[in-house]
Every structure is written in C-alpha cells, then in structure tokens.
Design a binder for this molecule. Sequence first.
Ligand SMILES: Cc1cc2nc3c(=O)[nH]c(=O)nc-3n(C[C@H](O)[C@H](O)[C@H](O)COP(=O)(O)OP(=O)(O)OC[C@H]3O[C@@H](n4cnc5c(N)ncnc54)[C@H](O)[C@@H]3O)c2cc1C
Length: 282
Amino acid sequence: MPVLRPRSVDHLLELLADTPDVSVLAGGTDMMVEINLHGRRPGTVLPIGSLEELREWEHQRRAGTVTIGAAVPYADMETGELAELVPALAQAARTVGSPQIRAAGTIGGNLGTCSPAGDILPVLSALDAVIHVLHRDHSRDVHFSDFMTGVKRNSLRPGEFVHSVTVPVTRGWQGYAKVGTRNAMVISTASACLVHDAVEGHVALALGAVAPTIVRASRAEAWLSKQIDLRGSFSVSVETAQEFGRRAASETSPISDHRSTADYRRHAVSVLARRLLERSAA
Ligand SMILES: Cc1cc2nc3c(=O)[nH]c(=O)nc-3n(C[C@H](O)[C@H](O)[C@H](O)COP(=O)(O)OP(=O)(O)OC[C@H]3O[C@@H](n4cnc5c(N)ncnc54)[C@H](O)[C@@H]3O)c2cc1C
C-alpha cells in the first residue's frame, strides 16, 4: 500500500483531506497487528511519528494544564516531569505492554483505536481531558466524554486527526490500577482511575473494560461527596470505601468474553474503586 510521509502538520492535513481511504500510522502497535493479522488494508498510510510538533508536551503553568502531543510515546510519560505533573497518566503508561510497546505506542494511537480496555482512556476520562482535533479546514476541541462513542469507535470525522490532548494539573492524589490475567504484558480485564481534587473537594472515578465506552461513575462520585468532606486530606471508613466500590460497579455494564466474565469484571472494578479511594485517603 502507498505510504506518504508528511513533511509537517500542515502537509499532513492536506494529505488527510485530499487522499481517499487514508490512515494515520503513529507507533503502529495496533495498526500493524490489524494489517498483519486481521486483514486491514488502508488505501494509503500516513506515518506521523517523525513530526516533532506531535512528539512534544508542554506545561501551561498559568492555566494549570498540560498539553501532550498525539505522537508522544508511553515511555515519555512513565518518568520525569510529565509523570510528576500527571501521576495517573504515568501509572497507566507503566502498565502498557512491554518496554518495546511503550517506546512505540502513543496516546494518539490509544485514542485512535478507542478500545474500552485502552489503559490511557480512563485517565483521560477522570481528568476530563480535552482532545484537540485538526482538519485542513477547521479545528475542534472535544471533551473525552464526547470523543469515545463505542467499542473501538470515536467521533473523528473524515480528514480529521488528533493533534494533542490537554489535561489539568490537579492538587490531590491520583492513581490508576488494572486487573488482568497476569502481572505484565496484559490487556485490562477491568481498570480504574481515581483523581482527588483536594481544592474543589471532589473525587472523579473512571472505569475501563466494563462497558462499551469508559464509564464515569458519576453517581458514586456524587454519593461520596455527600458522605465525606473531600477538601484537603480526608479519611474514609472501610464501610464507606466498600459502598463506594459497590455503587461504582453498579454503574457498569460489562460483558463476558474470552478474557473474563461479566460478574468477575463487576467484582474486580468494585475492588479497584475501593482500593483507589483508600489509597487516596491514606
Ligand atoms: C504486544 C502488545 C501489547 C499491548 N498492550 C497494551 C496495553 O497493555 N494497554 C493498552 O492500552 N494497549 C496495549 N496495546 C495496544 C497499543 O499498544 C496501544 O493502543 C497504543 O496506544 C497504540 O498506539 P500506536 O501509536 O501504536 O497506534 P497505531 O497502531 O499507530 O494506530 C492505532 C490506530 O489509531 C489511529 N491513530 C494513530 N494516531 C492517531 C492520531 N493522532 N489521530 C487519529 N488517529 C490516530 C491509527 O490510524 C489506527 O487506527 C498493546 C499492543 C501490542 C501489540
């Protein structure tokens, strides 16, 4: 298949708008599997990994946000300043595949594939991330809750691509945890990200691999806010943490498949939610 190498983001936008049946290739860790094993045949491939603008991230100190280019690989999120600013993103990145996969796989590719088991997606959901989408003729800022529309489906339209993602730098504990069939190199059976905003007094909880899209456990979040004053540091009883986990699990709609049963997924996600809440209190 033809491979056209864009020289710049503007050139990429021209190619995306003018070329029929075109696919962006970032790290290729999903797409090459699709091509080699599942018969995907894009008409034309546009590799974006060498576009420096997409491989950079920036801390907007005044706004209290971080913007991450779509082609930033997991390896760049695992440690260093970015990991300190957005710890849940670093924790999720560390759980992805192997060092080779983390060197190649990107945040834009996780959003492009939009699997409910994608490890970065619960983090973006819990942080209410904004996805910056570009087209030759327009640009859009899409909230994560409007970006993912189903299993491996997103709201990108023809000619558009993900340029970057903005997340807030929050004050308070944040963490990511996942359950799989082994300890490493594993796709999530269930996953959860919890972000405590100690200033606003709120806990955000997002759950992965337990519904067609990432689930924000908004009813459990609201319930918790009524039980505990979440401003600053807080403590939580075993009963409250367990009830929070139960309520979060009741907001999911998992399926049984080759990785797990629906019942196990519901149980696993309630345990993850409880543990993350207890860790944030500790
Ligand atoms: C062995 C192995 C282990 C894995 N383990 C995990 C894991 O533990 N957790 C996990 O979440 N994933 C895992 N994955 C899946 C994969 O690594 C991730 O989904 C990764 O983020 C994909 O990024 P990529 O840059 O390689 O995307 P690519 O394969 O290049 O692209 C994936 C899709 O996204 C589209 N795309 C890429 N960039 C953009 C963009 N900027 N805008 C719009 N569309 C875009 C492509 O057209 C394609 O459809 C694993 C894969 C393998 C092969």
